[in-house]
Design a protein around this ligand. Structure first.
Ligand code: GRF
Length: 212
C-alpha cells in the first residue's frame, strides 16, 4: 500500500476535493488521489475528479444495495482494490457503518465546518451561527465510531461577524478549509503522528515547519 495513495469520498460540490487536486498538481501536496467515490450521481465532485484525470471515479448508488453495511463493503472493496492508504472524506454526507470504520481504523480523515467538539452533525455552520458564538472554524480529524468524535489533527479559527448569514460564515470557513485540508494531508504524509489517547502528537513540531 503506497503511503500517499488516497481515496476521496464526497457527496456535494467538491470544493475541498478541487483544492486538494490543485495542490497535488502544484506539487505542494504529496498525495496521489487514485479514487473518488460519490453516493450522489450529480455530485460536482465527480465532474471535478473526471476533469482532473483521477484514475478511478465512481458513483456508487446506495439504492443498489440492501443496506448500509452492504454499501460500505462495496465502497471499501473499491478502496482496497485501488490500494489506497488513506480515505479522505470531503463533504461525504453519509454516516459510515462501524464495520467500515473498523476496516480502515485510523486511516479515515474528515473535515468538519466547526470547531469540534462543538456543533457536531450535518448543520455545524448553522448551529454555530444560531448559538451565537463569536468564533467558529473548521476541524480536520480522524474518523472513529462516534459522529465527528475522532482525534483532532488540525483546526483553524474564523471570526463570526454580527452581520453574518449562513452563506457568509460558510464561505469564510470554507476559505480556511481549503488551506487547512491540503496542508494537513501533506503533514500526515511527510511527518506523520502518533496518538496519545485522544491527542494527536505530530512527529515534527509546527514551530519547526514554520521556521524551515
Ligand atoms: C465542507 O464545508 C465540509 O466541512 C463539510 O462538507 C462541506 C463540503 O464542501 N464536511 P465541498 O463539497 O468540499 O465544497
Amino acid at each position: 500500500m503506497n503511503p500517499g495513495l488516497i481515496a476521496v469520498m464526497a457527496s456535494g460540490r467538491g470544493s475541498n476535493l478541487s483544492v486538494i487536486l490543485q495542490a497535488v498538481k502544484a506539487g505542494i501536496c504529496p498525495v496521489d488521489v487514485r479514487l473518488v467515490i460519490s453516493n450522489k450521481a450529480d455530485a460536482g465532485a465527480l465532474d471535478i475528479a473526471r476533469r482532473a484525470g483521477v484514475a478511478e471515479v465512481f458513483h456508487i448508488n446506495p439504492g443498489d444495495y440492501p443496506d448500509r453495511a452492504a454499501y460500505d463493503i462495496a465502497c471499501g472493496d473499491a478502496i482496497e482494490r485501488a490500494g489506497c492508504r488513506w480515505i479522505v472524506l470531503a463533504g461525504y454526507m453519509r454516516i459510515l457503518s462501524s464495520a467500515f470504520v473498523q476496516r480502515f481504523a485510523g486511516r479515515i480523515i474528515n473535515i468538519h465546518p466547526a470547531l469540534l467538539p462543538s456543533f457536531i452533525g450535518a448543520d455545524g455552520v448553522a448551529d454555530a451561527l444560531a448559538y451565537g458564538v463569536k468564533v467558529s472554524g473548521c476541524t480536520v480529524h480522524l474518523v472513529n465510531e462516534v459522529l465527528d468524535g475522532g482525534p483532532i489533527l488540525a483546526q483553524a479559527v474564523v471570526p463570526v461577524l454580527d452581520n453574518d448569514s449562513f452563506e457568509s460564515l460558510h464561505a469564510r470557513i470554507q476559505q480556511e478549509e481549503h488551506r487547512l485540508y491540503p496542508a494537513t494531508l501533506k503533514r500526515i504524509i511527510e511527518d506523520g503522528f502518533l496518538l496519545d489517547g485522544r491527542r494527536v502528537i505530530w512527529h515534527t513540531p509546527m514551530s519547526h515547519l514554520q521556521n524551515s
